[in-house]
Each structure stands twice: as C-alpha cells, then as structure tokens.
Design a protein around this ligand. Structure first.
Ligand code: SF4
Ligand code: SF4
Length: 112
C-alpha cells in the first residue's frame, strides 16, 4: 500500500489544519499514516478535513487513506454518533439536518 512508503519525515504536519490547532502527533498526517498502517482505530479517519494539504506537502506525494478508514469505521459500526445521526437524517428526510420545516434554521450542524 502507498502509505507504507511514508518515511516519517513530518513535512506534512504543519500543512495540516488539524495538527496546527491540536498539536497532537496522533492526529498529524504522519500519525494517521502510522495508525492506518497498523490497522489502528478507524475513528481517527474522522479527525481530518480531507483537504489533502498533507499530500501537497509530502515529498513523496502520499495520499493518506482517510476515506478508507471512514469506510472501515462504518463497516465496523464505529462511526461517531454525529455521523450516524446525520446519515439517518439523510435516509429519512433527504437532508443532513433532520425534519426541517420551511424557513426553519437547523438547531444542530453536523461535522465529521
Ligand atoms: S487531508 Fe486530513 S490529514 Fe491531510 S492535511 Fe488535510 S486534514 Fe490533515
Ligand atoms: S510528508 Fe509524506 S513521507 Fe513525510 S511524514 Fe508526511 S506522509 Fe510521511
């Protein structure tokens, strides 16, 4: 798999908006690459905006498998509750916010 080529140089870290705020190696692109490689908790895949800034910064152009991790989390029933709620709303109401009346502002915004 492509992520096994990661040389752990860390050049992707400062490009990552999640790492720049949280400053946790676990949630840096490099940390996620290691977690993914070791088949660690797939929920980590949700701590990512899918912006691909890490791929742009990476000298090897590695593209982290965040979508794959999310798929695995969903298949294992480990998606965050907010994501499950949002999907339920889409299935039931055709939108992520739930039973929305005309001109009503959603009371809850979902973010994965
Ligand atoms: S794609 Fe995810 S891991 Fe990569 S820089 Fe964006 S938020 Fe960070
Ligand atoms: S920049 Fe690329 S090679 Fe370096 S740690 Fe990040 S993903 Fe790995």
């Amino acid at each position: 798999m492509e992520r096994k080529r990661c040389v752990k140089c860390g050049l992707c870290r400062e490009a990552c908006p999640i790492f720049r705020v949280i400053r946790s190696e676990t949630l840096s692109p490099r940390g996620k690459a290691v977690i993914s490689e070791r088949k660690g908790p797939p929920e980590v895949g949700y701590r990512c905006t899918l912006c691909k800034a890490c791929r742009e910064a990476c000298p090897l152009g590695l593209d982290l498998p965040m979508e794959e991790m999310r798929l695995r989390a969903a298949q294992e029933g480990r998606s965050p509750s907010s994501v499950r709620e949002m999907m339920e709303n889409v299935w039931r109401y055709g939108n992520p916010f739930g039973d929305l009346k005309e001109e009503k502002v959603p009371s809850k915004l979902y973010c994965c």
